[in-house]
Design a protein around this ligand. Sequence first.
Ligand SMILES: Nc1nc2c(ncn2[C@@H]2O[C@H](COP(=O)(O)OP(=O)(O)OP(=O)(O)O)[C@@H](O)[C@H]2O)c(=O)[nH]1
Ligand SMILES: [Mg+2]
Length: 345
Amino acid sequence: MKSGIIGARGAGKSTVFHALTGLTPIPGVADARSRGRPGQIKVVDPRLDFLEQAYGSRKKVPVELTLLDFAPNPKEQKEGAALDPSLLPLIRDLDALLLVAPEFTGNNVPLVAAIENIEGELVFADFDQAERRLERLKKEKGPIDFERTALEKCLSWLEQGKSLRILDMTAQEVHALSSFGFLSRKPALAVINCDADRATIEDNLDALRGRGLESFRLAAAFEAELWELDAEGRQELLAEAGIAAPARDRLISALYRSLGLITFYTAGEPEAHAWQLRSGASALEAADRIHSDIARGFIRAEVVSYEDFAELRSDAKVKEAGKLRLEGRDYVIQDGDIIHIRFKV
Ligand SMILES: Nc1nc2c(ncn2[C@@H]2O[C@H](COP(=O)(O)OP(=O)(O)OP(=O)(O)O)[C@@H](O)[C@H]2O)c(=O)[nH]1
Ligand SMILES: [Mg+2]
């Protein structure tokens, strides 16, 4: 899963990237080819640690998220502009966006306005794209099909300055528009980059929630500096600042919530593996996540919930207690399920 960090010049995007990944930002201004810098975040997962131990696995594979920071391009992004327009094609295929609003000493702008300005740019870009496509369809004079009516619905929504994230669409409409990668429909988090003494403030930003945005507060410069220390030192300074968990861990939960994701596991002696999945996905989709061959040859899934396994601690005991379920391809995977797929190729 890939998320991109966007926002105004100097909002602290690279500092947020540094705080979350431990990687220092790209120095200077990048050329067109190397604008996006990816950083990996391994998801800290106590359930996976437990499985690794219980199975004596030789390898542990956590879920990884990718964050992208973009080198600035002052020629394209004017001082004060909410977004660099030349980034638009680079963020179209991302799964989620982090919209950064600065709220630290030296750069403290009205929060909701900062986020709404970024959203405004996304809405504008979508409007432009939808309009151009609609015009082409009209010129082709084909029948008024599903795509066309769906586009018209989007346009009249975007026209009001609203993001597509909060537009009710039928599954058919979503399908008809899926190839567009509309930016204002992407799950997004409002990231408030603040001073350390304001990191634990509880925001109640109804204006943002109304736009389908959750907010997420972090003291980026403070947490970026913590990477100089060992794990213990980091924990100590975080605790002193009253911050319960590192921004990285809190971000992961926030992203999981706003993207509607769950984690399932496969575990055995070779490896304990955590997999990310869309909430509501079937056993067949889980199989496909592991390997397309496994999905193709799917016979059935053997499933135990994490809670049951944690209590019984071995496959044999799970079976004995009758807690191992045999499920078919349509079974809806639950968060924490440990599954073993039987398949034939
Ligand atoms: N005090 C404080 N300073 C910050 C914080 N975040 C960023 N800064 C400072 O703000 C300036 C800009 O930060 P960057 O992280 O480079 O901002 P950016 O959004 O990546 O900037 P561009 O890539 O040039 O658009 C730097 O001088 C940072 O040190 C913060 O949380 N607290
Ligand atoms: Mg930067």
